[in-house]
Ligand binder design. Structure first.
Ligand code: GLN
Length: 547
């Protein structure tokens, strides 16, 4: 149901520094507009040359989020899907590489009809074309576009230019939100607005005036700073929104509404004739559930951890963390997540530490690549299996469970994955034939088994009980799979393949019978990508229930 004639575009840009919540701000703005009755879509622009996030290391990029159509993209796309409860596609994600690739393709096809192809205006035009295409695809009333990086960086200027061009053409349909940061230097003890002032001016320098400033800081903004920002950033004081640190990102839309952001945006974009209120009832209920949860559960994510200088990044597992939280909210459990490096369980000494795992109510082994930490993971799975501690394995976590079972139950001591040792005797996890061809040709980018695939669930299994249906569809990102040659033997030894591809060839879920273990289940896919605040994922819910 369309309620207004013109489509509206909200650009979200960052001032001062990155990592202060542009993605969450964009998601929250979308949430607010959705809660006012509009249909909303969102785009993420990453200014780097990479075509997608798939080839980047986790230290560079954090989690690689996978869309239903198989696009490997930025983790903010996961935030949009979760906050807005929508499915996005490839066109919602843009990088400099994608934009140039398309322009060059068209130039080679003579589609510019002999004209000079210029950085300006041809590049911003292609950016605008993509934004409008995503908007059309979603038939959205409101489109939120997050421009990655920080104002003043050379890389994102062309995207700001696209926004500026759109605004010049339709001033009433386009607005800019700047997410800024206000530091409180410990020696000074006072919140400082100067970096925000500079950022606003740098934005002015490329012809853009911020319509709203989101003032991120540790604490709420006081009246004095609001006035200061208003004066020096050339903006109405009501358009300066206080955005203090919060316990849960799901409080952010409610916080913004406390400063009437929905009304301000509606005013700015001339949507006020559609008098509507922001209805965030569901979000308030969700947060109340969270607050009321008292029954504590401790879950460890045993993974490969990444250091950035002196800091450890847990961003890599963001979708898993959110998926656990949603199921926790639903069950009224106060879930605490612990980050445990699998490497500490390797070797003889490491094995002695396995008993530390007894303090957790459940363990997740997430997706991963390469050999580092893998033997530690195998030891962990053995311990969880023998000590009947609930276990959920995701992708690599499922493969590891199959390797462990083959080694310790089937007695194939050398069982492993071709990813770890392609020449090993018993490759219970092997490369998919079509993947091998691609690897041989060094075609690494966007070539894994990616995106949504259907699967069928076996009656009477844990998986079937959780999903309550036979047919499922889940998102994938892997090159290796359970080797069909070993399936019969594994099944005879007691492992249950409760989910398979419709043709029965690919093993999608492995589990142990309920009589043998309270919850031991691994998935070849990534259920975490489809968990949403108001529809938690059944496998995560069943996992927590079993604790
Ligand atoms: N490395 C494994 C594979 O490629 C698992 C991938 C993953 O966990 N996402 O099959």
């Amino acid at each position: 149901m369309k309620k207004q004639k013109n489509r509206k575009y909200i650009f979200v840009v960052g001032g001062v520094m990155s990592g202060v919540g542009k993605g969450i701000t964009s998601s929250a703005i979308g949430t607010i507009m959705k809660a006012r009755g509009f249909s909303v879509t969102a785009l993420k622009i990453d200014p780097y040359i990479n075509i997608d996030a798939g080839t980047m290391s986790p230290t560079e990029h954090g989690e690689v989020f996978v869309l239903g159509d198989g696009d490997e993209c930025d983790q903010d796309m996961g935030n949009y899907e979760r906050f807005l409860d929508i499915d996005l596609s490839r066109i919602n994600y843009m990088t400099t590489g994608r934009v140039y690739q398309e322009i060059i393709r068209r130039e080679r096809n003579l589609q510019y009809e002999g004209r000079n192809v210029e950085v300006v205006p041809d590049v911003p035009r292609e950016v605008i074309r993509r934004i409008k295409k995503a908007a059309d695809k979603a038939d959205a009333d409101v489109v939120v576009i997050e421009i990655g990086g920080t104002i003043g960086e050379y890389q994102n200027i062309i995207f700001l230019e696209a926004g500026r061009m759109m605004k010049v053409e339709n001033p009433e349909d386009v607005m800019f939100v700047m997410v800024s940061y206000l530091p409180i230097p410990s020696k000074v003890g006072e919140m400082k607005t100067k970096p925000t002032q500079y950022a606003a001016r740098t934005l002015n320098g490329v012809g853009i005036q911020a319509d709203v400033i989101i003032a991120r800081s540790e604490v709420p903004l006081d009246s004095k700073r609001k006035d200061k920002i208003a004066t020096f950033c050339n903006i109405h004081r009501d358009h300066v929104i206080s955005a203090p640190d919060v316990d849960s990102i799901y409080e952010v839309p409610i916080n913004f509404e406390n400063d009437k952001l929905g009304k301000i945006i509606s005013n700015q974009l001339n949507l006020n004739h559609l008098e509507s209120k922001t209805d965030l009832k569901d979000w308030r209920n969700l947060l109340n559930k969270k607050r009321r949860a008292v029954d504590k559960k401790n879950i460890a994510i045993v993974g490969k951890y990444f250091e950035s200088g002196d800091f450890v990044l847990s961003d890599v597992y963001i979708s898993i963390i959110e998926a656990i939280k949603f199921s926790g909210f639903k069950l009224g459990k106060d879930v605490k997540i612990h980050y445990v490096s699998s490497e500490k369980f390797e070797s003889k000494d490491g094995k002695k530490r396995l008993s530390e795992l007894s303090k957790y109510d459940g363990v997740v082994i997430p997706g991963g690549f390469g050999a580092r930490g893998i033997e530690g993971k195998i030891n962990v799975v053995e311990y969880l299996r023998l000590n009947k501690i609930p276990y959920l394995g995701l992708c690599y976590g499922m493969q590891v469970a199959v390797i462990e079972y083959a080694r310790n139950v089937l007695g194939l001591k050398k069982a492993t994955s071709a990813e770890i040792d392609p020449k090993a005797e018993d490759l219970v996890i092997d490369i998919m034939p079509e993947q091998k061809e691609k690897m041989d040709k060094k075609e690494y980018g966007n070539t894994m088994r990616l995106g949504s695939y259907p699967a069928k669930l076996e009656k009477g299994t844990l998986a079937r009980k959780a999903y309550k249906t036979e047919d499922i569809s889940e998102r994938h990102r892997h090159r290796y799979e359970v080797n069909p040659e070993y399936v019969e033997r594994l099944v005879k030894a007691g492992l249950v393949f409760s989910g398979k591809s419709p043709d029965g060839r690919l093993m999608e879920i492995a589990e142990l019978p309920k009589e043998d273990h309270p919850f031991f289940l691994g998935t070849q896919f990534h259920p975490e990508f489809q968990a949403r605040p108001f529809s938690p994922h059944p496998l995560f819910t069943e996992f927590i229930k079993s604790m």
